[in-house]
Design a protein around this ligand. Structure first.
Ligand code: HEM
Length: 396
C-alpha cells in the first residue's frame, strides 16, 4: 500500500500496516489531504491539540462526530461557542464529581455479580460476561433504564457503531440507522414518562434544569436536544468504556510481565488505567469543520472542509511518548488524547477511569488464573470511529 493513499475508513487494513501508515504520515505529511474521503487528516499529537483547542477557526457542528445518527437539533458534541458552554454547564448539574464516588460501590457490585455468574463455569467471554455489565449498568442507572431493556440497548449500540464510516446504503449502514431510530423512540418514551413521574436519574435532573430556563429556546427543540444527549450518553458512555475494559484486559494478556506487576501491586492501577486508555484509544478519531478559509501549519484549508483528528496516531506520536509502541503500566507522564482535548473534552473521563479500575481490580482479585482460551480467537467489530472488540473467549 502507498502510505500517501491511506484511507481511514478502510477497515480491512491489518493493524500493523495501519500503524505504519500513520507513522509515515506523522513524519512526512502531518496535515494530509485524504481525497477519497474528502477530508484533512491530522496525525501529530501537537497538531491535534492545537486544532481541538482552536474553537474559533474549527467548529464542531453540524452533523455527528463522523456521520450523524442524531437530528438537526444536534447534541452537545455538535455545539459551538455560547450554546455549547450553556449546555455543558447545564449537563454538569447531573455530572458532578461526587457522582464518580457514588457510583463506585455500584460498579463493584455489578462486576462482582458478573463474576459470580461465571465463577462455576471455568470459562467465559471477556466482552459479554466481564466488560459489558459495568458500563452498561452504570449508564442505565444514570438514565433510569430498566434492567430488562439492557440487552436490547446493547444490541442497538453495537449496530449503530458498526454503521459509522460504512458505504452509504449498505446493509451495515441500514442496520445502524434502524437501530438509531429504535433507540430514539425508546428514549423519547422514557423522557415522556419522566415528565409525568420524575425520578432520580440524569434525564429528570436535566428536565428540571430546563424548566428553570435552560436547554433550547422552544420546547420541541429542547426535547430533541435532551434526546440527542441521552443518545450520546448511551453511545459515548457505554461502548467506549466496554471496549477500554476488553482492550485493557487483552493488552495485559499480551504483556504477561505487566499483568503480573499489576496483580502484585494495585498501587499501579491509576497509571495502568491511563496506559490502557492510550493503548486502546477506543475513539479512533473525531472531526471538526473549517469555519472560514485559513492556514494550518502552512497548509491552506477552505471554509466548510472537514478535518479529522486521529487520536490513534496522536497517542503513538514519538515526539511526545518514549517508545510509544511499548505497553508500560507505569508510564508517566502520559498525555494521551483518548478523551479528546479543549472545551469538548469528555465529561465522563473520571467516571470511565473509575469503572475500568474497579472492573480490572475485581477481575484480578477473583479470577487469578484467568487466561485466553487456547482455541479462542479475538473477534473485532467493524467501525471507523471506534476500536471495537466483540468477543474474546477466556478460561480459568
Ligand atoms: C473510555 C471511555 C470513554 C472515552 C474514550 C470517551 C471519549 C470521548 C471523546 C473522545 C469525546 C470528544 C472530545 C472532543 O471532542 O474533544 C467525548 C465527549 C463526551 N463524553 Fe466521553 N468517553 C468515554 C466515556 C464517557 C462516559 C462514561 C460518559 C458519560 C457517562 C461520557 C460522556 C461524554 C460527553 C457528555 C461528551 C461530550 C462533551 C462535549 O461535547 O462537551 N464519556 N468522550
Amino acid at each position: 500500500m502507498k502510505y500517501e493513499e491511506y484511507d481511514l475508513n478502510d477497515l480491512s487494513l491489518p493493524r500493523a500496516e495501519r500503524n505504519a501508515a500513520l507513522r509515515w504520515l506523522r513524519d512526512n505529511d502531518p496535515v494530509h489531504w485524504d481525497a477519497k474521503n474528502d477530508l484533512w487528516l491530522l496525525t501529530r499529537h501537537e497538531d491535534v491539540r492545537h486544532l481541538a483547542k482552536d474553537h474559533e477557526r474549527f467548529t464542531n457542528g453540524p452533523g455527528g462526530p463522523w456521520h450523524s445518527f442524531e437530528t438537526e437539533a444536534g447534541s452537545i458534541e455538535n455545539m459551538d461557542g455560547e450554546r455549547h458552554i450553556r449546555t455543558r454547564n447545564l449537563i454538569s448539574r447531573g455530572f458532578t464529581p461526587r457522582m464518580v464516588s457514588d457510583f463506585e460501590p455500584l460498579a463493584r457490585q455489578y462486576i462482582d455479580g458478573a463474576i459470580d455468574a461465571v465463577l462455576e463455569k471455568g470459562s467465559c467471554d471477556l466482552v459479554a460476561d466481564l466488560a459489558v455489565p459495568v458500563p452498561s449498568r452504570v449508564i442505565s442507572h444514570m438514565l433510569g433504564i430498566a434492567d430488562a431493556d439492557l440487552d436490547t440497548f446493547s444490541d442497538w449500540c453495537g449496530n449503530i457503531m458498526e454503521g459509522i464510516g460504512a458505504e452509504p446504503g449498505c446493509e451495515r449502514e441500514r442496520r445502524s440507522l434502524k437501530s438509531a431510530a429504535q433507540m430514539w423512540q425508546h428514549l423519547a418514551a422514557a423522557i415522556e414518562q419522566r415528565r409525568i413521574t420524575p425520578g432520580e436519574d440524569i434525564l429528570s435532573t436535566l428536565m428540571q434544569a430546563r424548566e428553570e430556563g435552560g436547554f433550547g429556546d422552544e420546547d420541541s427543540l429542547a426535547t430533541e436536544e435532551l434526546l440527542n444527549f441521552a443518545m450520546l450518553l448511551v453511545m459515548g458512555g457505554n461502548e467506549t468504556t466496554r471496549n477500554a475494559i476488553s482492550g485493557g484486559m487483552l493488552a495485559l494478556f499480551e504483556h504477561p510481565d505487566e499483568l503480573e506487576r499489576l496483580r502484585a501491586d494495585r498501587g499501579l492501577m491509576p497509571t495502568a488505567v491511563d496506559e490502557i486508555l492510550r493503548w486502546t484509544t477506543v475513539v479512533r478519531a473525531l472531526r471538526r469543520w473549517v469555519a472560514a478559509d485559513t492556514e494550518f501549519e502552512g497548509t491552506k484549508l477552505r471554509a466548510g472542509q472537514s478535518v479529522v483528528m486521529s487520536f490513534t496516531s496522536a497517542n503513538h506520536d514519538e515526539r511526545v511518548f518514549d517508545d510509544p509502541d511499548s505497553f508500560e503500566i507505569d508510564r508517566t507522564p502520559n498525555e494521551h488524547l483518548t478523551f479528546g482535548f479543549g472545551a469538548h473534552r469528555c465529561m465522563g473521563a473520571n467516571l470511565a477511569r473509575m469503572e475500568i479500575a474497579v472492573a480490572l481490580d475485581r477481575i484480578l482479585d477473583r479470577l487469578p488464573d484467568l487466561r485466553l482460551a487456547p482455541s479462542g480467537a479475538v473477534v473485532r467489530g467493524e467501525s471507523a470511529l471506534s476500536e471495537t472488540i466483540l468477543s474474546v473467549p477466556l478460561e480459568f
